[in-house]
Design a protein around this ligand. Sequence first.
Ligand code: HSE
Length: 313
Amino acid sequence: MKTIKVFSPATIGNFIVGFDVLGACLATLDRTLGDELVISDEQPSGYSAEGEFAYKLPDNEHNLVITTAEFFNRKLVDIKKQQPIKLNFTLFKNLPIGSGLGSSSSSIVATLYGLNQWYESPFTQQQLLLWSAQIEGSNSGSIHYDNVAPCLLGGLQLINSELEDPCQPIPFFNDLYFAICFPDIEITTKSARAILPDTINLIDTITMQGRLAGFIASCFQKNKSRALDLLKDDTITPKRKQLIPDYDKAEVLARENGALTFCLSGSGPTCFAICRDEQTARDVSEKILNVLSRGEHAFHCVATLDVQGARLL
Ligand code: HSE
């Protein structure tokens, strides 16, 4: 019997200044934050889910692992003229659904990356990336790469989807830590996008593009304080934070305790703060959990940037 196991990490979409175009891959220090998928040829073939957040997964017909595997199999037949074999999937669902931690991207990437490994890499990273974004788009209502790209490739990724090779890794500061807090409320990306306006005015656009460009330039120039000063968002976050009870209170507390930034991860409800050292990140994440927690599955953790992305375990 052949068995492989893959891991696809959690991600932070938008990364404060890059709505839909900048995403970070997370390496957590104190819990498994990413989906794991075991693929085997044990018969009978099938699908099952385990792990803390498996209870929230939709039935098989709408399950992302199954629909993504079907997508991959169609590509295998259409492009490679190869017949897929019947496989067995066990998903360890370690990421909460509708959390802003790239949960759906994690399941999609685990399945595409895992199957590509299983069949000994018939497809390129670029094909996997494009297909991940397409599947994520049909799931969330719009194509955005800022979760699938860092999940597959690792690091902090800037995405220009109009280019054939859309991703550029951005050098971040590896002595910074992320304090992460999941409040245990569910916000679908679709609903968090629905509350955004269709257009943004010129002044806001100028501010947003200036911050994103300045942040990227500062990362390349290794100018940490300038990069951190620019990590602000007055356009998307103010509209979305109303979906998270006590967001403002948590931000005040985080900053009082040493957080250098505070923002939503992706479309929320997970919040994250960038901190100067691990102990500060631990204190901040613990304190904001007390304010934000709304359910028994709420958690806090500390992370750094994961540079590897999806991988075989
Ligand atoms: N860029 C997406 C959004 C990320 O903010 O809608 C979703 O996690």
